[in-house]
Design a binder for this molecule. Structure first.
Ligand code: FMN
Length: 356
């Protein structure tokens, strides 16, 4: 066992400090959800009758939302994951942990991720990098997931981040094929996720029929090229700060070629973002940075309050538009305008049911 924190552990702490204290959001790019307009359903609905519950991997949850994977490894991250887990479990939504690489390197750190047993029953997503899978056997991945009672595996693909990260691994050759192989061998369903640069239809097509789902984690919220820019010495990161496929466009890209489950995350900041994402075909929406911020301010109580306010806002938005369930919202007609419509046309994407 190593004596002090390893490079992986030090990096995880630096990431948290940078996200909490520096500007890490996109500057000139948005999620493009502002170009999505959801048409009213026509019926009159009371906010008290709006049911936002849904399900994921056959398990009932209270809202189509989850906390995106962020951390674990160094001892200080235990408190963060524990508070997020308690808040998320009380609010009835899933959460992800950050990359489990640190616990594969040192099993003594598993407790920083194994927060499910402290929080009560919840859907928990494990996490590992796609390029790491090239050196891990499916058995290592299975054990890593079982050690924290994970219900799903999120595999992150993050070439943008790795290209700026000083110690980044930019050799992704064979990684996508490996993700599909591992997905076949493990018991938990596998989601492919980005970290805020989005997923294009070209990448999504490689996974059709091979994994459970894709969480687009698109551009418009936290930029990991931005986060790594503070840690790297070159100016490359600044030049590519805003690189990535916006979340709304990424959902349309992925849905054009991938028939599995599609989640919309990256820059999800309001109940309206969730409403619009569901209406254009996403099943779930993940939030990362805002949850880290509220956790830092007030622990599990603030995490719980944040999720409950998102849930309350979503119910109100749905009532205003006349939708009484998530199932109904999925059938909503939408109008897609501006640059999002233009990009979707250029890219030859299938659009959701139109508003005429
Ligand atoms: C402090 C922090 C650490 C993160 N670590 C990981 C990680 O280990 N694995 C991963 O897949 N994503 C990681 N992410 C990325 C998030 O899951 C998410 O994709 C990204 O931050 C965009 O979401 P946001 O705009 O809501 O912040 C991390 C995010 C934050 C804020």
């Amino acid at each position: 066992m190593p004596d002090g924190p390893t490079e992986t552990q030090k990096r995880k702490i630096e990431h948290i400090e940078i996200v909490l204290n520096r500007d890490t959001q996109y500057h000139d790019k948005t999620t493009m959800l502002e170009y999505v307009e959801v048409m009213p359903a026509g019926g009159a609905v009371s906010v008290n009758d709006v049911d936002i519950s849904t399900e994921v991997v056959g398990r009932g949850i209270e809202a189509p939302m989850f906390i995106s994977g962020m951390t674990g490894g160094p001892s200080a991250t235990f408190e963060i994951n524990k508070n997020i887990a308690i808040g998320a479990a009380k609010a009835g939504i899933p959460m992800g942990v950050g990359s489990q690489r640190a616990m594969v390197e040192n099993h003594d750190l598993a407790y920083t991720y194994a927060v499910k047993k402290l929080a009560g029953d919840m859907v928990l997503l494990g996490n590992i990098g796609a390029s790491k899978l090239l050196s891990y056997s499916p058995q290592v991945v299975q054990e890593m997931l079982d050690a924290i009672s994970a219900d799903m595996l999120a595999v992150h693909t993050n070439p943008g981040q790795e290209s700026v990260q000083p110690e980044g691994d930019i050799d992704f050759r064979g990684a996508y094929g490996r993700v599909c192989e591992v997905a076949k061998s493990i018991r938990q369903p596998t989601m492919l996720k980005e970290v805020g640069n989005g997923i294009s239809k070209e990448v999504a097509a490689k996974f059709e029929g091979k994994i459970y789902g894709i969480d687009v984690q698109g551009a418009g919220g936290t930029t990991w090229i931005g986060v790594e820019t503070y840690r790297s010495k070159g100016s490359y990161g600044k030049a590519f700060w805003d690189w990535g496929v916006p979340t709304a466009l990424s959902v349309l890209e992925v849905r054009s070629v991938f028939s599995g489950h599609v989640w919309a995350s990256g820059g999800i900041r309001s109940p309206a973002d969730v409403l619009k994402s569901i209406a254009i075909g996403a099943e779930m929406c993940g939030v990362a940075k805002p949850v880290l911020v509220v956790q830092n301010r007030g622990g599990s109580d603030e995490v719980y309050r944040f999720i409950e306010s998102m849930k309350g806002g979503l119910r109100q938005e749905m009532a205003r538009l006349g939708y009484s369930s998530i199932k109904e919202l999925r059938t909503a007609k939408v109008r897609i305008g501006g640059q999002l419509a233009e990009l979707a046309r250029q890219r030859g994407l299938k659009l959701p049911a139109s508003a005429d």
